[in-house]
Design a protein around this ligand. Sequence first.
Ligand code: ADP
Ligand code: MG
Ligand code: MG
Length: 246
Amino acid sequence: MILEIRNLSASVEDKQILKDVNLKIGGGEIHALMGPNGAGKSTLGNVLIGHPDYKITGGQIILDGKDITYATPEERARAGLFLAFQSPVAVEGVRISTFLRIAYSHLHPDEKIVISEFNKRIKEAMKTVGLDESFISRSVNDGFSGGERKRFEILQMLILKPKMIILDEIDSGLDVDALRMVAEQLKKYFSKDVGYLIITHYQRILKDIEPQFVHVLVNGTIAINGDKSLSDKIEENGYDWLKEVA
Ligand code: ADP
Ligand code: MG
Ligand code: MG
């Protein structure tokens, strides 16, 4: 699986946010996208999954050679793309079990789901991500703490089995144990068929799950590409030195 982002530009509410972003993420690759607040990191994630509030003003998104620039969110998900949201929203009245079953059946239409078995799978995954089994009958994110929402994002990944995974600040607001769990699950799920784009301000999570590639977004454009040493440099020096480069 290869995700190619070519000269991608996008606006929200008529404000140009992304300008000529280029990225290429292959299966078996871990990429980190860093950058200061407001740089456009979440915008990129939203544009990639086809969020309707974000308008593409130029460029292309190619997944495995197929142009998905204007594909619907459902088509992108079916093609294997997944975004763990920075701020997952509550969906009142929709149970986790129902939500996951519907999502799964859209992504894997040929598989017959036996509800009892599927729910068992969810409960096992809940144990893995540290959510109590009772969550299975709760509404999606409704009344969840910040940490519980992030755990539920990882649970969705484990159940839905996407291939190209964008994690938007999956580390923010997590305590040390939750962070360790997230890194552990990401490492366990990783394979030559899976690509990660880990969006983060901080270097902390990148110590547990080491990216081969680091990109820094400043002012809606990639200011610099590098390897792990680039994130170390940012930890030491912050982002200000890059604002002049961008
Ligand atoms: P980051 O994730 O890097 O902190 P964002 O992508 O969230 O940055 O935001 C980039 C810019 O786009 C900000 O100025 C933000 O206010 C604006 N923006 C993002 N989403 C929306 C939206 N839905 N409506 C209006 N402005 C938005
Ligand atoms: Mg932010
Ligand atoms: Mg963000």
